[in-house]
Design a protein around this ligand. Sequence first.
Ligand code: ZN
Length: 328
Amino acid sequence: MIDFSHFNSIFELTSYFNSEEKCKKVIFESRWNKHDVVCPFCGRHHCTTRTDGRFHCSHCKANFSVTVGTIFENTKIPLVKWFLAMYLISCHKKGISSVQLATDIHVTQKTAWYILHKVRTLYKQDDNVQLYGLVECDEMYLGGRETNKHESKKTAKTQGRSTKTKTPIFGMTMVWKTEDVNEQTGEVKEKTHTYEVAMKVLDIKASTLIPIINHFVAEGSTIVTDELSAYNALDSKKYNHVFVRHGEKEFVVGCYSTNGIEGFWGHFKRMVFGTYHFVSKAYLERYIDEAVFRFNTKEMKESERFSYMFGKAMGTCYYKDVKISMAA
Ligand SMILES: [Zn+2]
């Protein structure tokens, strides 16, 4: 298996992945441990290598290449460009636009747009993540400001939290702290960590939000929310519920706050407005997934994030395996 830990710059990456053969070799080794080629169609092990470099399954008689079943399947874009694109996409903390990516890897903007959307599928959140301990929940709206629109384009009754022009997004942030000891000075510093789950929702009624919380947040957890009435329906036997009353300019209650989720909203808005400028409703979910991925991997080194993304492209790595276990 390839060691990704030394890919901490574009130079190191492109020096290593300098040919299609090298890229294919890395995909091969990442997918098929100990060179046991598994058929992507029927799952049979020990497929044979053909003279043309492709593989053959004796069970279902399929012939396939090393990229079948990965995001690189059927691509006409050279793998060296794919790898470089994935590295650039994973390194830019606020995302990268298709215009910028097109210039950086020398493809058309249409191709760059296609690569970006394909890579975004790797960010898909895991529906089976369990959040526990301290979890901050909050909602925000994304969409055009009615006051900036021409009279003819304004939608009636859309002030405040209307969903006619704005899309509500619901977020849950698990927050935990660790104590880091400086080995030289012996000084102990408290460090805050977060893990985010966020999604587009139809509305912010209790009937929508409470089932989501029940699904993702483990019983016995403490849930911090603002004063939105929907949260009153939280099961008090299941959760310890703390209100932070934003309307009364209250942002911290004892040791509780909504700073974790506010941090995510800030990050999300910087990505959406700073890099992409405009996000269509059709692709909103993918952008939310991307923002969550970037937020959840912010403590990783460039090489670790790339390695994780690469693992996802091969279908062999799941983020919850590496991250959530740290909080236990
Ligand atoms: Zn087969």
